[in-house]
Write a protein that binds this ligand. Structure first.
Ligand code: FES
Length: 80
């Protein structure tokens, strides 16, 4: 599914970048260009990050907004 229409970035591409070690919203924005045009995809990008287990630590969304998120290290994500 396309998450960022402006840059044609799919959730699959975002997950692939996360699996390759990208672990912050800023890095995803830099690497893929997500949320760098109209910005309407930012919440969806952050949702994909949350689902991938990287949100609580570095994506910029406070853990109190989604306490189910547990920060995972790069190696923990790779092993999952
Ligand atoms: S939809 Fe992602 S920047 Fe416009």
């Amino acid at each position: 599914m396309i998450v960022c229409v402006c840059k044609s970035v799919s959730d699959r591409t975002i997950r692939s970048s996360i699996a390759d070690g990208v672990d912050s919203f800023d890095e995803l924005q830099f690497e893929l260009g997500v949320a760098s045009c109209c910005g309407k995809c930012e919440e969806s990008v952050r949702d994909v990050m949350l689902q991938s287990g990287v949100c609580a630590s570095r994506c910029g969304v406070g853990i109190e907004l989604h306490p189910q998120a547990v920060p995972l290290t790069f190696y923990e994500r790779k092993a999952a």
